[in-house]
Design a protein around this ligand. Structure first.
Ligand code: EPU
Length: 444
């Protein structure tokens, strides 16, 4: 295990290029199960989750080549319908192969999905919707696998009780080859879902978002190979914008993501940030003299994304006044607070007044455990200082890097493999902006 040492306090300035979106790349790999033709996908980030997902494909007989940022999927060697536990349990997206496998082979065995430790993260909404398409699915708690069978998958009417991003995508991936028409209501609106839809349409799928939260899929008999370039990663861009602001630097992001960042840019401007969007997919981020406090409530798209709240908390430690963050999507996404406290942040948990928790919160209320918090109050400005910190999940990792970049002295950041799940070559790219960051072998 490696660690980063970051000597903070330098303004980060210059140009950086956004990577392709992790949360689209992984799903296009799942979609490759829907055809035997060759598929070429461009703009794929070289991150651990991508390598993990390619291993999942390999474990079920699908080989790929990954050169620069292009993945070619063209060699199929059998068609296993079991995702082995050791490769599948590493990431949530592995569970999504259930739809294409059921549609094409009539069965699937998938391990209970893993992924970042940000709550219980069940897939009950996915399973209920697949059952309504004719799948018979049981969960065996002794082997930790879902066992699914379907003679045919038929079109159906799915009404998700609460927003689910990968749930919506799972049903789309099952419905494209199902018999008849599937209508998904209360479908997720995340822009990554729409990029996956565009990809599937180039394969011959018939999918339309008929209004904001309704998606209609007309099943087709066959899908074909394709070549596609995926969208940029919004979460990376947010990280760079906040890096510019907390270090009082000036960062220009190339391949800036046009859609899906309005809620972030609005909050950034309210906090005294400046985001200059140009027509040629370039956005320049910096901050005025003073960072202003904000009250942020996370939510499904078009709201302020849950993935942004942890890095946002670092920016708010620099704001002049009291800020709040209310997390409504996951029940346990404040693990980074403990580490920011070590660096001198003034953050306290509080219980927000909520009239109707069942409708506000996106997680299943029964998954909330003692010690899970939904809201924090941040008092600023605070000069953060160096510390030895440990990363718990991907976005918490970006958060601690940002905190160390604006802190005084040298910080040691352990658990950086979590960051590598979603950020390509982060130390080299931040180094090119002037960050004093280096990697060491973990000798703890
Ligand atoms: N949920 C359930 N049951 C379900 C599905 C979801 O209880 O069947 C709960 C979840 O536990 C969570 C909430 O509902 O509390 C929302 O879950 P959702 O399904 O929308 O999120 P996800 O699909 O698990 C994806 C991204 C996340 C991102 C969220 C929100 C992928 C692989 N993951 O997660 O990204 O935060 O949507 O947009 O697409 C990341 O990139 O690090 C990451 C965690």
């Amino acid at each position: 295990m490696d660690a980063f040492i970051i000597d903070g306090g330098t303004p980060l300035s210059g140009e950086i290029t956004n990577s392709g979106a992790k949360n689209v790349a992984l799903k296009t790999f799942v979609a490759s199960l829907l055809t035997d033709d060759a598929i070429r996908i461009h703009n794929i980030p070289r991150i651990t989750d991508v390598f993990y997902m390619l291993e999942v494909l390999e474990s079920i007989g699908i080989r790929s080549q990954f050169k620069d940022h292009t993945v070619d999927i063209d060699k199929r060697n059998g068609s296993s319908t079991t995702v082995p536990l050791d490769v599948g349990a590493r990431l949530r997206t592995s569970s999504m192969v259930i739809g294409p496998m059921l549609a094409r082979y009539g069965e699937a065995q998938i391990p209970n999905p893993g992924g970042c430790r940000i709550g219980a993260r069940p897939i009950d909404r996915h399973i209920a919707a697949l059952r309504s398409m004719g799948a018979h699915i049981t969960y065996n708690s002794r082997d930790g696998f879902y066992h699914a069978k379907a003679k045919i998958l038929h079109g159906t009417h799915v009404l998700f009780p609460k927003n689910t991003h990968t749930g919506t995508e799972t049903i789309i991936l099952a419905a494209v080859l199902a018999q008849g028409t599937t209508v998904i209501e209360n479908a997720a609106q995340e822009v990554e879902v729409d990029d996956l839809i565009r990809f599937l349409v180039t394969m011959g799928a018939k999918i339309q978002r008929t209004n904001e939260r309704t998606i209609v899929i007309e099943g087709v008999k066959k899908l074909y190979g394709t070549e596609y370039t995926i969208m940029s990663d919004r979460n990376e861009e947010v990280t760079f914008a906040i890096a510019a602001a907390v270090t009082h630097g000036d960062i220009t992001v190339n391949k800036s993501q046009k859609t899906g960042l309005d809620a972030f840019r609005d909050a950034f401007r309210n906090a005294g940030g400046i985001a200059d969007e140009r027509d040629d997919d370039v956005t320049r981020y910096r901050v005025g003299k003073k960072v202003r406090p904000t009250d942020v409530v996370t939510g499904p798209h078009p709201g302020f994304m849950t993935d942004w709240q942890a890095p946002w908390a670092v920016l708010m430690t620099q704001a002049h006044g009291v800020s709040t963050i209310h997390e409504t999507v996951f029940e346990s996404r404040f693990s980074y607070v403990r580490e920011l406290l070590k660096m001198g942040a003034n953050i306290t948990f509080f219980e927000p007044d909520v009239d109707n928790p069942q409708s506000l919160y996106n997680f299943n209320l029964s998954d909330k455990k003692r010690g899970d918090h939904q809201a924090i109050r941040i008092e600023g400005p605070r000069t953060l200082h160096n510390a030895v910190v440990v990363i718990d999940d991907l976005r918490a990792g970006a958060t601690l890097i940002l905190a160390a970049l604006c802190a005084t002295g040298e910080s040691y950041i352990y658990g950086i493999e979590q960051v590598e799940r979603g950020y390509e070559n982060i130390e080299v790219r931040l180094g090119a902006l002037g960050a004093r960051i280096r990697r060491i072998k973990d000798e703890i």
